[in-house]
Design a protein around this ligand. Structure first.
Ligand code: AGP
Length: 607
């Protein structure tokens, strides 16, 4: 993970670097640092923890210089302290790095035997030493970069400052994104275009194994063999405005409340409300002939893929599999000829999902990506992009991106059902209307906030929490458990309610809240039987259902949260709201860092 920024201009670099890092903090916030060229030599400032700490350091010890690189870290090798913070310096070279250098131990041993002294526990520091040595041998920067890239194994985006020579910043990429920004009299380097949005809309993404030498007036890009290459300049049209929290205390709360609008914006791309017709722009696939859809993603995006699987199976009678990318990428899974592989990712940069995409490509699948970031690596490497229009999601815990992903997946399932003739006209209209009702149903679901807050305060002291559900509600249960552990640090498990008696029931006693996600659908009674089993073990049952469900459930639950009744097809979308709110208010009650929880990063760009 980690975010990289670089600038070469004529005035204060540190301000641009810190501003860029603020936009990249979603990639990690364990430490931050910048380095500039001061009088031809590299100098740096670093601080552990969030970017504000670096800001403070810079206030007391400003760093002059018009050429610089910066980094916000998500620790992989070495604890998050100042010594391990980037930039790392060896001799004339300063480096910032996103990724993992897999062969750093052997390089470190080798350089150690030659007398190199290392200050940090990171894998990155060897890169600075290596490049410094190659330059010592009299190689030009181009030749040294070719030799350096040959030595490095793993995945990386790198940014370099080199003292004592020409005024340049140098970048390189393998398996991690890196963009050049074309400004007016200033040039930039960054992990993504968002970091550069206030400075330039014109960016060029490096391709695999490219490196670049950036000067004030332009950039020369080289491929891995050192041949000069040209890569397209694209116009990103991203807004440079810093996203604010509005009247909300946290981004997560704001993003939960933005869901009706975000889903409406997303849906506008796929649903014609007048003709009640769903289309998937750009996806030229005959679903009647597709043997299987494979949905692959990580974390919350995986859960949306899993709900997508249920929908594709139920609505379109289309064989579908959902898998976590980190497993799928190494499983050598056979994929059928003519198959469609759907990758779901808010960021479009998740390393495991991207690697799985490459595997699916090698298996001849049609590659479809559902992403909130149309400029992302996954979007660029796909045959078809089905964008979500959630707007920037800043909180690490995904909320509106999830419900927007579900909106696209339900559109996909309805379009596939139509192509396969698995729904009657009447059923098709009903499903399409259910989809169309999502924004208003989400708005109605938001009204339960005060009740959820109260429930959350009761849950905040628990050590373990169990979430149960069946069908798509099982997936909502898993998503609810993920949200709770991610931001409140309470241990939580999401289980298929029918599976509970095969093990997890042993956990239940009077101290364990059991959150039951159960809209009144065809599985309701089954879920209730399992709820009775949990109640018989004295679990504190918190039932999330609709009025009909509440009437049927009797007095099994200690607390019942009643949501408006919706078509069961869209229940996983609206029932996501209470579980998001439960996690949010439990975290606020506990006083954790809701938007930037410990150990996490918004975008996981390492394995
Ligand atoms: C969810 O709240 C997470 N922070 C996390 O699971 C996330 O969904 C996952 O890392 C996938 O990210 P992506 O959508 O950017 O690929």
């Amino acid at each position: 993970m980690c975010g990289i920024i670089g600038v070469i201009g004529d005035d204060d670099a540190s301000q641009v670097l810190v501003d860029g890092l603020r936009r990249l903090e979603y990639r990690g916030y364990d430490s931050a640092g910048i380095a500039t060229l001061v009088g031809g030599a590299v100098d740096r400032r670093r601080a552990p923890g969030k970017l504000n700490n670096l800001d403070e350091t810079l206030r007391s010890e400003p760093l002059p210089g018009a050429i610089g690189i910066g980094h916000t870290r998500w620790a992989t090798h070495g604890v998050p302290n100042e010594t391990n913070a980037h930039p790392h310096i060896a001799g004339r070279v300063a480096v910032v790095h996103n990724g993992i250098i897999e062969n750093f131990r052997s390089i470190k041993n080798e350089l150690g035997e030659q007398g190199a002294r290392f200050a940090s526990d990171t894998d990155t520091e060897v890169v600075a030493h290596l490049l410094d040595r190659l330059l010592d041998q009299g190689l030009t920067v181009e030749k040294a970069m070719v030799a350096l890239m040959e030595r490095l194994e793993g995945m990386f985006a790198l940014g370099f400052l080199i003292g004592g020579g020409e005024d340049v910043i140098v970048g390189a990429r393998r398996g991690a994104p890196l963009a050049i920004g074309w400004g007016d009299g200033k040039m930039y380097l960054a992990s993504d275009a968002i970091a550069l949005a206030p400075y330039t809309p014109q960016v060029t993404y490096l391709e695999e194994d490219d490196f670049v030498i950036v000067r004030r007036d332009g950039a020369d890009i080289f491929d891995g063999a050192g041949r000069k290459v040209s890569r397209p300049v694209i116009n990103t049209n991203l807004s440079g405005a810093m996203i604010g929290k509005g009247n909300h205390r946290h981004f997560m709360k704001k993003e939960i409340h933005e869901q009706p609008t975000a889903v409406a914006e997303t849906m506008a791309r796929y649903l014609d409300p007048v003709f009640e017709e769903v289309t998937l722009p750009g996806l030229d696939v005959d679903f009647a002939k597709v043997p299987r859809v494979t949905l692959i993603a990580c974390g919350t995006a995986y859960y949306s893929g899993l709900i997508g699987k249920y929908w594709l199976e139920q609505v379109a009678r289309l064989p579908a599999e959902a898998d976590v990318a980190s497993e799928f990428r190494y499983r050598h899974a056979p994929m059928p000829e003519g198959g469609v592989a759907v990758f779901v990712s808010q960021s479009g940069e998740t390393a495991d999902t991207l690697a799985a995409l490459h595997y699916a490509r090698s298996q001849g699948q049609t590659i479809v990506t559902i992403t909130n970031t149309e400029t992302s690596t996954m979007a660029r490497e796909s045959d078809v992009v089905l964008p979500t229009h959630a707007g920037p999601e800043i909180a690490v815990a995904s909320t509106k991106a999830f419900t927007c992903q579900l909106t696209v997946l339900l559109s996909l399932a309805i379009a596939a059902a139509k192509a396969r003739g698995t729904l009657s006209d009447e059923e098709l209209t009903k499903a399409t209307r259910a989809l169309a009702s999502l924004p208003s149903e989400l708005a109605r679901a938001l009204h339960i906030e005060e009740k959820m807050k109260d429930v959350a305060h009761g849950v905040a002291d628990a050590r373990d929490v169990l979430y149960l559900g069946r069908g798509t509600s099982y997936v909502v249960a898993m998503e609810g458990a993920l949200k709770l552990k991610e931001i409140s640090y309470i241990h939580a498990e999401g289980y298929a309610s029918g599976e509970m008696k095969h093990g997890p029931i042993a956990l239940i006693d009077e101290r364990v809240p059991v959150i039951v996600v159960a809209p009144s659908d065809e599985l309701f009674e089954k879920t209730m039987s399992n709820t009775q089993e949990a109640a018989a073990r004295e679990g504190q049952i918190i039932l999330i259902t609709d009025q009909e469900g509440a009437d049927q459930a009797g007095d099994v639950a200690e607390r019942t949260i009643i949501l408006p009744r919706v078509d069961p097809l869209i229940a996983p979308v609206t029932y996501s709201v209470p579980v998001q709110m439960l996690a949010y208010h439990a975290a606020v009650r506990k006083g954790t860092d809701v938007d930037q929880p410990r150990n996490l990063a918004k975008s996981v760009t390492v394995e």
